[in-house]
Design a binder for this molecule. Structure first.
Ligand code: ADP
Ligand code: MG
Length: 588
């Protein structure tokens, strides 16, 4: 069953529940609360579980949604439906402002930042006169369809769950797209994503806004369900609870949000109803027990409950190949002559360490150049300088004669430089196909909105077909639907090559591509690189296997302690006494 079919089935089940004979009205109220919480948690699934950005401030965005409609309907007499877009826009705008300040923070500073503005906004809600301070705003009109007021829990139920179903569909669609892959790549750090053209700051801001808008929608519904708003449900405690919901359900999964909301809301209800009976009204004891139960739950299922439930069922057959699609247009042929890459007097200092010291070399068109040298010689750093991951301390870089000093990695990728990493940077819980498709990011153009509405299908089919083509080309066709993390390290390096080829590069930088490969696999790799060369590509590679390098490279540049000590054809380099002393040793 596809995710989308599952959502339709789920919608039918939820629509039928209120019609079950003898359904206690109280259960419907609980389901309403579950739906409201699930909406916020679904935003957290994509923000925290998928994007890796932890927010302790989501309840404040519910507050924006709730207060905006509360003021507009009570003070200005607006119809609740008209305030819906305004509530969502207010939450989204708040996310833009707070997001611009926060998403650039990294590590622990990001969650701390969200706590800070979560607290400030709560304080603001309690202090502002026009928001009713601690009392909030009451007498909010109910939603109304035709002449029917949706006053009861049973009526607004349908609106809440329709919102949950639509949010689930949009979220599933977003994740299954070009933009979604970029978001999913964020959790593994910026470098790989940016090397394939992903604007990571923009992707982060996008998920921030998306999560805030879902929270705002929940707040808007809440205001018309409770017919009143006050600061309490929009405070830090509520924010932490939403995070709990996402984590308990399974923070990377859309259905985890619904499941987590169900568990947490029901658990709280049971504890609040029964604990006072057992402990004779000891105040706040349910909070303690609630906390302990959640901790226990996380011990049993650290990744959340949803993946555990999914594991009980046989996985569906994912073996179908991506559908055929018209090929992506190739990169315009370069007409300029002269060297493809020029590195001139490049230096890079890390504090006192001189990693690269006044290094110069060129890579010509259709040439395979090897960069060799002992560990720590500065080879990977040179790659990072060329690709814009690091700024050079000194020196100049030219691509096809064009100066690219200080050019960001996304732009370098756009110019046709693709790379692999010495320490493999794939997203392990994404399939080989999806990982490789990130390489084609710059060749697609669908944005978040068209992805959510599935207007991106033609674009998406072309990207996936290109990814599949490159996977076949590197000989991993049988592994296309495997999770990248399940492959051997050697195979993962080959996946990185397929991903790099998806850029349709003019220059391919490979950092130790043959490490971990068996003899036959190395031969296949050498054949592939020769093939790429005849097709017009240039390759700059770092490799320790001297047999591989000597056979393959047209020219070799040797680094030692960051300094170029030799350059020439394989036979020249092999005979160079400095190289033998520094690197090749007596063995060769
Ligand atoms: P190679 O790839 O040739 O093995 P590297 O380019 O990775 O060498 O490293 C060259 C030198 O720079 C090493 O001494 C390494 O410790 C240092 N170095 C590399 N990256 C960093 C960094 N980000 N910060 C500090 N030192 C670094
Ligand atoms: Mg290295």
């Amino acid at each position: 069953m596809t995710q989308r079919r599952a959502i339709v089935l789920f919608a039918l089940v939820m629509a039928a529940i209120p019609f079950i004979p003898g359904m206690p009205p109280f259960w419907i109220v609980l389901l309403d609360n579950i739906g409201l919480a699930a909406l916020v948690a679904m935003g957290l699934v994509i923000l925290t579980g998928v994007g890796g950005l932890t927010s302790f401030g989501q309840a404040a965005f519910c507050g924006f949604g709730g207060y905006v409609t509360a003021i507009l309907t009570t003070s200005y007499g607006m119809s609740p439906w008209l305030t819906l877009p305004l509530s969502l826009i207010a939450s989204g705008l708040a996310a833009v402002i707070l997001g611009l300040m926060t998403v650039r923070l990294s590590g622990h500073y990001l969650p701390l930042g969200t706590i800070a503005w979560g607290l400030s906004l709560f304080y603001l809600f309690t202090k502002l006169e026009f928001l009713g301070r601690n009392d909030g705003i009451s007498s909010i009109p109910p939603l109304r369809i035709g002449s029917t007021d949706l006053t009861g829990a049973g009526e607004i139920y349908f609106v809440i769950w329709l919102a949950v179903v639509i949010a689930a569909l949009l979220t599933v669609n977003l994740l299954d797209s070009r933009v979604g892959r970029a978001i999913r790549a964020l959790r593994r750090g910026h470098i790989a994503a940016e090397s394939f053209g992903v604007q990571t700051a923009r992707a982060k801001l996008l998920v921030f806004i998306y999560a805030a808008v879902l929270a705002g929608l929940s707040g808007w519904l809440y205001a018309h369900f409770q017919r009143a708003v006050n600061p309490t449900p929009f405070g830090l405690t509520a924010s932490i609870e939403y995070l709990f919901i996402a984590v308990v359900g399974g923070a990377g999964y859309v259905w985890g949000a619904v499941l987590g909301a169900g568990i947490v809301v029901v658990l709280k209800e049971i504890l609040q109803s029964y604990l006072p009976l057992i402990f004779h009204g000891q105040a706040q004891l349910e909070t303690v027990v609630f906390g302990l139960l959640l901790v226990a739950l996380l011990q049993v299922a650290p990744g959340g409950l949803w993946p555990q439930i999914v594991a009980l069922f046989p996985t569906r057959d994912k073996s179908q190949k991506p559908q055929a699609a018209s090929p992506l247009p190739p990169r315009e042929k370069q007409t300029s002559t002269g060297p493809l890459l020029q590195v001139q007097n490049a230096s890079k200092h890390f504090g006192g360490v001189v990693a690269v010291n006044d290094v110069s070399f060129d890579v010509q068109r259709q040439e395979i150049v090897a960069l060799i040298g002992p560990n720590g010689a500065g080879k990977s750093t040179t790659f990072n300088l060329i690709t814009g991951i690091l700024y050079a301390t000194a020196g100049h870089f030219f691509l096809s004669g064009k100066n690219v000093d200080g050019t960001p990695p996304q732009r370098v990728a756009h110019l046709g430089v693709a790379r692999t990493f010495q320490h493999v940077k794939l997203v392990p819980d994404m399939s080989v196909l999806e990982n490789v498709a990130i390489g084609a990011h710059l060749r697609g153009h669908s944005g978040a909105i068209s992805s959510m509405l599935r207007l991106d299908r033609a674009d998406e089919a072309r990207l996936l077909a290109e990814a599949a083509r490159q996977i076949e080309r590197v000989g991993l066709g049988d592994q296309i639907h495997q999770l990248a993390g399940n492959l051997s390290l050697g195979q993962q390096r080959i996946v990185e090559i397929a991903r790099a080829l998806c850029i349709d590069p003019i220059l391919l930088l490979l950092d130790e591509p043959a490490a971990g490969l068996r003899h036959m696999e190395k031969q296949k790799l050498a054949a592939l690189l020769r093939q790429l060369k005849t097709e017009g590509m240039s390759v700059l590679l770092v490799e320790h296997d001297m047999g591989f390098v000597m056979d393959l490279a047209d020219r070799i540049v040797v680094l030692d302690f960051g300094t170029k000590i030799a350059e020439g054809t394989p036979s020249e380099v092999r005979a160079n006494p400095d190289v033998i002393k520094a690197y090749l040793g007596a063995a060769s």
